[in-house]
Design a protein around this ligand. Structure first.
Ligand code: ARG
Length: 574
């Protein structure tokens, strides 16, 4: 695609004024040729030339090059790459460490805020989505040359801690350390639920919990010690889950809510000084004209509560200010569920007005839909609790294990276990990533480990099969003969391979990992078509065999690179 765009842009430079020549050559994949360009149609008026005439001039300029052009309709250009150029493309990409993908994001700095579980409440499936999606965005932006700063905004502060600590204080017999010693991510879920039951039933406990929050925020040493212990234990459990998921997050990426605590007074004071925060019902609020609730009234962003406490909004304002001033971000992504959309609109608008978020810095909420249980209902345990994440991963791993037991393979022991884990964990991640992120999706273990259809296992298997095939070609790697005619299935595969950088660019712009999934799935299908009509090891001539092996090598590398950007392992045998 880049190749064709460059060719059309070159022709435009010779036919049009410099100003018009800089416009988008409007090259799109086409059914009638490899690509089509609408440049002549869109620029004719400004160029003062009838569209067909302009198209003909471009065609004339392209003649004899790597792209052959024919005229169609009122002024379309149908563009076809020569066989020689396409084989040449395979050679070029194979010779490049980065298989031809550029670094368009070099010089940019993006903060990616993702995962952000709440310590007092444990981690639920929503955090799984944030973790998996955010990780792909971080990987893709970095691969495209951008500097990425990962930020795990751990919820480690706030009123829930008063409740938990008070409960532990009153129930010395409750052995939460035993749960957590087992390395359970859900270690604190049990504690949270036990404390919550008392909290809901006993108003006096509510009051004692409130006082406990005051003690925590006032720096009471005994309270702080327990708070720190709760955090240490659950961060370890979170890290164990991150490691199991194979996401990039480490302890170093943690910038927890509590770390912004020292700045909250100042942030809110600045808002008051600027006349942005006003008192309303005893609380300090920021109103924005254009953010109104269902009743048409402006909805407040509460920056300081009636009781003088700060909450999520004030913390996020301090966080945003720090990301611009301290971290020097020029783009900030917040990967959270869609229900927080209003919160972020308010925070961004307030930060803009306060001057903390300059016009050249982009702040984006990257929302996602819900994970649903079987039957499309909200995902809860029978008793209404959150479904433990580790159990979900286990279920997918067991699904793969069962499928492997029915299949013929040559593995045993640790090697078998590694493949099962890679496929099982990958299946869960891929199922999440492959649906358009704004949509809800149903967590369906049987579907996600299936070998047919758009699944992680299917892609991993396609890659492993290629590796097996390549392993059978024992001869030294031979040069590609670019003069050989292309079979349509080879052409289709090469054109897809050529679209890899474009799709990564799209993921980086639209922040939608499912586009990469769709691309890799299309690539794997094109590969299957190619196998069907183009024998590789049994190719009719040694020259063709060498060319096809090269094509297989590039496809294997592209699949492996794509899987890696999705955070999936690509085993060489399966
Ligand atoms: N803890 C939040 C939650 O559970 C996610 C944090 C997102 N990041 C942020 N800066 N607000 O939904």
């Amino acid at each position: 695609m880049t190749l064709v765009e460059d060719a059309v842009a070159g022709a435009m430079a010779r036919v049009l004024t410099p100003e018009l020549a800089r416009r988008d050559p409007l090259v799109r994949p086409s059914e009638h040729a490899d690509f089509q360009s609408n440049a002549a149609l869109s620029l004719a008026k400004q160029a003062g030339t009838p569209p067909r005439e302009l198209a003909r001039a471009l065609q004339h300029e392209l003649a004899g090059g790597a792209v052959s052009a024919t005229l169609a309709g009122p002024g379309f250009l149908n563009l076809t790459l020569t066989d020689e150029r396409l084989w040449g493309q395979v050679v070029d990409r194979l010779a490049d460490q980065r298989i031809g993908v550029g670094r368009p994001l070099a010089g940019t700095r993006t903060v990616v805020d993702y995962s952000g579980p709440n310590i007092a409440k444990g981690m639920h499936v929503g955090h799984l989505r944030s973790t998996v999606i955010g990780d792909v965005l971080a990987r893709v932006l970095a691969f495209l040359g951008g500097e990425v700063i990962r930020q795990n905004h751990l919820g480690d502060w706030g009123t829930n801690f008063g409740m938990l600590i008070q409960y532990l204080d009153e129930h010395p017999e409750y052995d939460w350390r035993a749960d957590s010693a087992a390395g359970q991510v859900s270690a604190l879920d049990g504690l949270y639920q036990a404390a919550r039951r008392v909290f809901e039933a006993d108003p006096e406990f509510v009051e004692r919990s409130r006082l406990r929050v005051v003690a925590l925020q006032g720096g009471d040493e005994e309270t702080l010690a327990l708070w720190r212990e709760l955090i240490a234990v659950s961060s370890q459990a979170f890290q164990a889950l991150y490691d199991r998921l194979g996401v990039l997050l480490t302890e170093q990426d943690i910038a927890a809510e509590s770390s912004y605590n020292p700045y909250l007074d100042e942030v809110v004071e600045e808002l008051v000084q600027a006349g942005l925060a006003v008192e309303s019902d005893g609380a300090l609020c920021v109103f924005a004209e254009d953010l109104t609730g269902p009743d048409g009234e402006p909805v407040p962003l509460i920056v300081r509560k009636k009781d003088g406490g700060y909450g999520y909004p004030a913390t996020d304002l301090a966080t945003l200010r720090h990301r611009v001033r301290g971290l020097g971000a020029d783009r900030i992504l917040y990967v959270t569920d869609a229900r927080q959309a209003l919160h972020f609109r308010q925070v961004f608008a307030t930060a803009r007005r306060a001057g903390w978020l300059p016009a050249e810095v982009e702040a984006v909420h990257v929302p996602f839909g819900m994970v649903l249980g079987p039957g499309g209902t909200p995902f809860k345990t029978r008793s209404g609790g959150t479904v433990p994440l580790a159990g979900l991963l286990d279920a997918a791993v067991e699904g793969v294990r069962a499928a492997m037991a029915d299949k013929e393979h040559e593995f045993d022991g640790a090697a078998l276990e590694a493949v099962i884990q890679a496929a099982g964990i990958g299946a869960v991640k891929y199922a999440d990533l492959s649906t358009s992120r704004a949509k809800n999706y149903v967590f369906d273990t049987a579907q996600m480990v299936s070998l047919n259809g758009n699944t992680g296992v299917y892609l991993q298997y396609a890659h492993a099969r290629l590796c097996t095939l390549l392993g059978k070609a024992v001869e030294p790697v031979a040069e590609v003969d670019v003069s050989l005619p292309l079979h349509p299935a080879e052409r289709a595969l090469i054109l897809l391979l050529d679209g890899f950088d474009a799709v990564l660019g799209e993921v980086a712009r639209q922040l939608e990992p499912h586009r990469l999934c769709g691309y890799l799935f299309a690539l794997a299908k094109a590969l299957t078509d190619f196998y069907g009509s183009c024998p590789v090891l049994k190719a009719p001539t040694p020259g063709l065999r060498a060319n096809r092996l090269a094509l297989c090598r590039l496809t294997a590398r592209t699949l492996a690179q794509g899987l890696d950007l999705l955070g999936l392992k690509a085993p060489e045998r399966m």
